[in-house]
Design a protein around this ligand. Structure first.
Ligand code: ATP
Ligand code: MG
Length: 402
C-alpha cells in the first residue's frame, strides 16, 4: 500500500530519513503516527526507526540529545522539531513481566517490527510513502480490530503493560479487540500486579480521556482486569454502574474530572489514600479531592458564593458537567454569575493582611489575628463589605471587634 498524501509532519521529517539513508543506513517512520496517518487522523510525535546504532545516528546529525541511549533512542533536533530516532531492536528474555531483561540492537527492520504490541502499531513507512505491513495490520485497520503481533498470550506474558495498552487503544481508536487477543488479555490480567503503578496510571488515564472511553472501559471490566489494579479489586459492579449512570456520548474534560467520577462511582471514602496507592502527584490528589467534595456538597445544596470562592469556578463547572452527564439538575449559569460577583478570588487579593492589622490596631500575632482575617475574608466574599481599607476598618470597629 502506498500513502499518497503524506501528512506534512512526515514531509517535514523526510530530510532525516534521507540523511540516514545517504549515510548507508535504513530508516523508516514507525509506530502510532503511521497508524494514524493511514486512518486519516491527526498525528503527533513522528517516531523514526533505523538500522544505525545510536553512536552512528549521533555522528550523522549535528544536534542530538541522549534521551534513552541504553534503549537505542537518540533525540534529533531539526527545524524546531524533535524526533526520537530508535535503533532497530529486539527484546530478549523477559524475567519480571515488566521490562525486557536485555535490549539487543539489530540491523533488520523485520526483527524490530516483531517486538511491537499490536498489528496496527507495527507498520513502517518509507520515504516514498510505501507502507510496510508485515502482520496484515492493514486488514485489521479496515476492520477496526486490535490484534496482538504473533502469539497473543506470549506477548502479554512478556510485557503485561500491553494489556492496559490494549484497553487504551480500544478507547482511543474505537477498535474492537480480536477474540484470541482479548482471551489472552483476560488470562494474563493477573500479571498487571507486577507492573509499575505509574505506568498503569498513564494508560488508564489515557483510556478515560479518550473519545471512545466507554469501549475500553467496558473491555477492562469484561476481562476483569480491575481485580489486578490498585484499590479496584472486586469492584466490577461499581465500575459497571459508572457506565450506566453517565450519558452515552459523555466524554471527560480533564483527568481530574475523570478520576473524581471514578472515585464517586466506587464510593471511595479516603480519596487521597486511594490516589496515593496510584502514586499520583499531590496536586492531582488535591484537585480530585476538591472535585469529590464539591460533588458531595452539590448533592445536598445549591452553590453559593463561598463554595465558588473556596473551590474556584473551573472546579464547580466540572462538577456541574458531571451532574449534567447523569441527568441531574445543573446551575451552570447561576454559578457563573456568582463567580462574576465575587470581589476576590483569592485571599491574597485582600487589601489588608496581618501586618496591616497589627500596625493599625496594635494586635499581637497569634490565633486571634488569623480569626480576624478570616472574618474579613468572609464578609468580603459574601459581599457585606467592600475590599477597601476604610470599609474593613469601619466594619471591625462597628462590630466592636477592635
Ligand atoms: P500514541 O498515538 O498514543 O502515541 P503509539 O502507538 O504511538 O500511540 P506509543 O506508546 O507512543 O504508542 O509507542 C510507540 C510505538 O512503540 C507503538 O506504536 C508500538 O509499536 C511500540 N510500543 C510501545 N510500547 C510498547 C510495548 N509495551 N510493547 C510493544 N510495543 C510497544
Ligand atoms: Mg506515540
Amino acid at each position: 500500500m502506498k500513502l499518497h498524501n503524506m501528512p506534512s509532519e512526515f514531509q517535514e521529517a523526510l530530510p532525516i530519513l534521507n540523511k540516514l539513508q545517504s549515510a548507508g543506513y535504513e530508516a523508516y517512520f514507525v509506530g502510532g503516527s503511521v497508524r494514524d496517518a493511514i486512518l486519516g487522523r491527526p498525528i503527533h510525535d513522528v517516531d523514526i526507526a533505523t538500522s544505525a546504532y545510536p553512536e552512528e545516528t549521533k555522528s550523522v546529525f549535528q544536534r542530538t540529545v541522549d534521551v534513552g541511549i541504553e534503549h537505542g533512542t537518540v533525540l534529533v533536533l531539526h527545524h524546531q522539531h524533535e524526533y526520537e530516532i530508535t535503533t532497530f531492536r529486539t527484546e530478549d528474555v523477559y524475567v519480571d513481566y515488566r521490562r525486557p531483561s536485555q535490549v539487543s540492537f539489530v540491523r533488520s527492520l523485520d526483527e524490530d517490527l516483531k517486538r511491537r504490541d499490536f498489528t496496527v502499531n507495527a507498520f513502517a513507512l518509507n520515504q516514498s510513502g510505501e507502507v510496510i505491513d508485515q502482520f496484515d495490520g492493514l486488514t485489521d485497520l479496515q476492520q477496526y480490530l486490535l490484534r496482538a503481533v504473533g502469539v497473543a498470550s506470549e506477548r502479554f506474558n512478556e510485557d503485561a503493560l500491553r494489556i492496559m495498552r490494549g484497553f487504551r487503544f480500544a478507547a482511543t481508536l474505537d477498535f474492537d479487540i480480536e477474540t484470541e487477543t482479548f482471551q489472552a488479555m483476560r488470562e494474563t490480567a493477573p500479571l498487571l500486579e507486577k507492573i509499575s503503578v505509574e505506568r498503569i496510571f498513564i494508560e488508564f488515564d489515557k483510556l478515560l480521556l479518550a473519545r471512545f472511553w466507554r469501549k475500553g472501559f467496558q473491555k477492562l471490566i469484561e476481562a476483569k482486569a480491575y481485580n489486578f489494579l490498585p484499590e479496584m479489586k472486586q469492584k466490577g459492579t461499581e465500575l459497571t454502574a459508572l457506565l450506566e449512570r453517565l450519558k452515552e456520548d459523555f466524554c471527560f474534560q480533564t483527568s481530574e474530572q475523570a478520576w473524581a467520577m471514578l472515585l464517586i462511582a466506587l464510593e471511595v471514602k479516603d480519596v487521597r489514600g486511594f490516589l496515593r496507592k496510584w502514586k499520583t502527584s499531590n496536586d492531582f490528589q488535591k484537585t480530585v479531592s476538591h472535585l469529590v467534595e464539591v460533588y458531595r456538597i452539590r448533592e445536598e445544596a445549591s452553590a453559593d458564593k463561598w463554595l465558588c470562592y473556596k473551590y474556584g469556578l473551573d472546579n464547580l463547572l466540572l462538577v456541574e458537567d458531571l451532574r449534567q452527564a447523569q441527568g441531574l439538575s445543573v446551575e451552570t449559569e447561576s454559578i457563573q454569575a456568582l463567580d462574576a460577583s465575587l470581589q476576590i478570588h483569592d485571599k491574597h487579593e485582600l487589601v489588608v493582611n496581618g501586618a496591616t492589622l497589627m500596625q493599625e490596631f496594635g494586635i499581637k500575632p497569634g490565633p486571634q489575628l488569623g480569626k480576624l482575617l478570616t472574618t474579613i475574608e468572609e464578609a468580603i466574599v459574601w459581599g457585606q463589605i467592600e475590599n477597601q481599607k476604610e470599609a474593613i476598618f469601619a466594619f471591625l470597629e462597628g462590630k466592636g471587634i477592635v
